[in-house]
Design a protein around this ligand. Structure first.
Ligand SMILES: CC(=O)[C@@H](O)[C@H](O)COP(=O)(O)O
Ligand SMILES: NCC(=O)COP(=O)(O)O
Length: 255
């Protein structure tokens, strides 16, 4: 079964644009979880462009209350700065069920590539170990064709396939050409004992074709498209539509 973790970064983008507290991130989280979403994701950027450390702590508590997964994403190599204690320190405070490590930088508009495990595995290894010691499941952001055996060797439990290129291909009618590389990477991950997550620019339009072609996707984290679609249909209805794509019985147990 594939579960849905709703990424709430974009609610915080709107909120921060006026400097107040609306739209309210926690209300949005409640709405998603009450609609049946299986978890909540945020990816606080060190430049605080959307979700902040205080949001992370509040969402950690909220998701614990629901008994659902909190997925915290971030770059473990980004140095701490005012308002951002660093990814590991944040995980120590929030204790997310899943920590997804992503090699991003401030200059990037959004995440746009996975790790190069041949280059990064050695420096990732102690961080993965530290996160596991905190009780977090560790997932590593990965491109198609990534050396997933190295990700498994350093103790990761999962990889998250970076689906941006798939979404672009889907939009231009060339999804069929893009999907085999995702399916191959998912199979390679499973063969070395890794679970497979997927995310970035997934949407109601492109999700089903991805899940049809790529085996054993355990979780999708979806934010940008979902929050945009919710402007038209409402957040509750939009989450339910995604759950319907995932399967007729999909949804958290608290619904
Ligand atoms: C890790 C990832 O794929 C991203 O999708 C990310 O969570 C989105 O971050 P932004 O909302 O900052 O673009
Ligand atoms: N890990 C991907 C994620 O959380 C959401 O990405 P997007 O749907 O905002 O592109």
């Amino acid at each position: 079964m594939t579960v849905l973790s709703v990424n709430l970064n974009k609610i915080a983008v709107l909120r921060n644009s006026r400097g107040g507290s609306e739209p309210d991130l926690l209300r949005a989280a409640h709405t998603c979880l009450d609609a049946g979403a299986h978890g909540i994701t945020v990816h606080p950027r060190p430049d605080a462009r959307h979700t902040r450390s205080d949001d992370v702590l509040a969402l950690a508590e909220l998701t614990r209350g629901y008994g659902v997964e909190f997925n915290l994403e971030g770059n473990p190599f980004a140095p701490p700065r005012a308002g951002y204690p660093g990814f590991l320190a944040l995980c120590e405070l929030a204790r997310p069920a899943q920590a997804t490590l992503v090699p991003d930088g401030d200059a990037q508009l959004t995440s746009d590539h996975g790790f190069d495990f041949a280059r990064d595995a050695e420096s990732l290894a102690p961080l993965v170990a530290a996160l596991r010691a905190l009780g977090c499941r560790v997932s590593l952001f990965a491109d198609t064709g990534a050396d997933v055996a190295r990700a498994a060797a350093i103790g990761a439990a999962r990889v998250e396939l970076y689906t941006g290129p798939y979404a672009e291909a889907f939009a231009t009618g060339s999804a069929a050409a893009a999907l085999p590389a995702y399916a191959d990477t998912a199979r390679a991950a499973a063969a070395v004992g890794l679970g497979v997550n997927a995310g970035h620019d997934l949407s109601q339009a492109n999700l089903a074709a991805f899940l049809d072609a790529v085996p054993n996707v355990l979780e999708v984290s979806i934010g940008h498209a979902l929050i945009g679609e919710a402007l038209y249909e409402g957040l509750d209805a939009t989450v339910r539509r995604y759950l319907a794509v995932l399967g007729p019985d999909s949804g958290n147990d608290s619904r």
